[in-house]
Design a protein around this ligand. Structure first.
Ligand code: TYD
Ligand code: MG
Length: 464
């Protein structure tokens, strides 16, 4: 027989336990329903008396059952709501988890409000009521955006409001399946001094929205603006509060957008979803490789293709390099979508191990399509694109390069070579260059895998 030394209070309506007495049960909202469970310090064996309307629950063996067994936990909330916007559902890990809180970060103008309005419209049409609270735009402005969209957002409930208390009381009375707060920088709580957008306000508002999500089961999406440098005292401090963080990447000037999960309590991180910003909203791109390789010029030097793994998916992207005679002074090194120090390192390796000197050349490197090259697997393509530009010799249009380049000029194997090669084959590539040790036993049909040891070895094969 177990014993406990402290009283707890159980709601006679819903059975929820409370550490302290209160006039109202905060789980079911019933008044005067809390009954003290047990006041005695110890319970004599077999002598537990039932009190307060039978609030004390005894399990079959006579022990007090207060903690649920795992098998008794209701798992129904693990279901997800899908929007039908495939890339969005995919990045979330298969749809929206009720009661979760998701932060969508990105630079102003990248498409956060557009995406969430589309999501709201889809959910509403699918029978999940949606409340869109905007502190940024008036109802009219939101309507003008909605009119452009392919989706019909006509039934989405709107709230043009910056006061968090009003947003929360409205949400509590409407109880939507999904609440959108656009943006966290524009809402404020009366309980704190300070203007909307300051760190204290942002954190407190987010914490309250999180509590609301957990208590009500409403899924909450919050928009957070991030500036170019990744700065602004907002989203970064919010990341550990929320369940899931999605960042919109991309250049405003280019029409495709990459939505990346950098944190996900309900799915895997680093998954990406690719969209194209069209006249009628964001359109999911089912085959990102096609998009990123789409505009390749046929026979220009300095272009090479690599196969990356983004999250769980392989994607082919093009790297462009231009090495041109420098003017006066220190030659320039400009990398877009690629780490500048990594570029400097590769240039040194090319000089030392392949006899390619960049000392008098300006070097520009671009990862096409606004993508960022995070993986060392892209090194080989960067190196060969640079060499291609220096020699002014175009590479075969159907070749893909996968491998990490070491300081000794050696080419190292990378993970998941087979999956990269099959994506390359799917995209019509015919030759893959990779580290000798990484050549898989089974190479996809239509593709020739060529193992190379060093960059000098590779250059000899492709340029002579
Ligand atoms: P928006 O969603 O307002 O960005 P954010 O909320 O991240 O600040 O996106 C604004 C940009 O998207 C704006 O430049 C107009 C463009 N846009 C389109 O190209 N097509 C569309 O259908 C919509 C609604 C917007
Ligand atoms: Mg916006």
């Amino acid at each position: 027989m177990s014993s406990r030394s402290k009283s707890t209070f159980r709601c006679t309506e819903c059975g929820a336990d409370h550490p302290k007495w209160a006039g109202r049960c905060d789980a079911c909202g019933a008044w005067n329903s809390l009954a003290e469970e047990m006041a005695a310090k110890t319970v004599p064996t077999g002598g537990a008396s039932r009190r307060a309307g039978g609030a004390l629950s005894l399990a079959a063996g006579g022990s007090v059952a207060l903690t649920p067994r795992l098998r008794d936990v209701d798992g129904s909330h693990a279901r997800r709501w899908t929007t039908g916007i495939d890339e969005f559902d995919f990045v979330l890990g298969g749809g929206i988890v009720p009661g979760s809180m998701v932060l969508i970060g990105g630079e102003p103008g990248i498409g956060k409000s557009t995406l969430l309005l589309q999501v709201a419209a889809r959910l509403q049409a699918g029978g999940h009521s949606t409340l869109y609270a905007s502190g940024e735009e008036s109802a009219l402005q939101i309507k003008l955006r909605a009119d452009r969209l392919l989706e019909d957002a006509g039934d989405v409930s709107l709230l043009s409001e910056t006061n968090l208390e009003t947003v929360l009381t409205t949400a509590a009375s409407v109880s939507p399946a999904v609440l959108v707060v656009d943006s966290i920088q524009t809402v404020f709580t009366n309980d704190l001094d300070g203007a909307p957008g300051n760190v204290g306000q942002v954190r407190e508002c987010a914490a309250r929205l999180m509590r609301f999500a957990k208590e009500s089961g409403t899924a909450v999406f919050v928009v957070g603006h991030v500036t170019k440098g990744g700065g602004i005292a907002g989203p970064k401090t919010l990341e550990h509060i929320v369940d899931t963080v999605l960042y919109f990447e991309g250049e405003n000037s280019i029409d495709h957008r990459v939505l990346r999960a950098t944190k996900n309590r309900f799915g895997s991180v680093d998954e990406i979803g690719v969209f194209r910003m069209a006249q009628d909203g964001l359109v999911p791109v089912a085959n990102p490789s096609e998009l990123f390789l789409g505009d390749r010029s046929m026979h220009a030097s300095g272009s090479a293709v690599t196969a990356l793994i983004e999250g769980s998916r392989p994607i082919l992207i093009e790297i462009q390099a231009l090495a041109a005679k420098a003017g006066f002074g220190t030659p320039q090194r400009v990398a877009t979508g690629y780490d500048g120090r990594r570029l400097a390192l590769l240039l040194a390796v090319l000089d030392k191990r392949a006899g390619l000197s960049f000392g008098l050349l300006d070097v520009f490197l671009n990862v096409v399509g606004g993508m960022r090259l995070h993986e060392p697997a892209g090194d080989l393509a960067v190196a060969v694109a640079l060499a291609s530009s220096v020699y002014d010799r175009a590479l075969s249009h159907d070749a893909v390069f996968v491998g990490e380049v070491g300081l000794g000029g050696e080419i190292r194997p990378v993970s998941q070579a087979e999956r990269r090669l099959s994506e390359a084959a799917n995209m019509g590539m015919t030759t893959a260059y990779l580290a000798e040790r990484a050549v898989p036993a089974r190479v996809p049909k239509g593709l020739r895998a060529i193992g190379v040891r060093t960059i000098a070895d590779l250059f000899e094969r492709v340029f002579t």
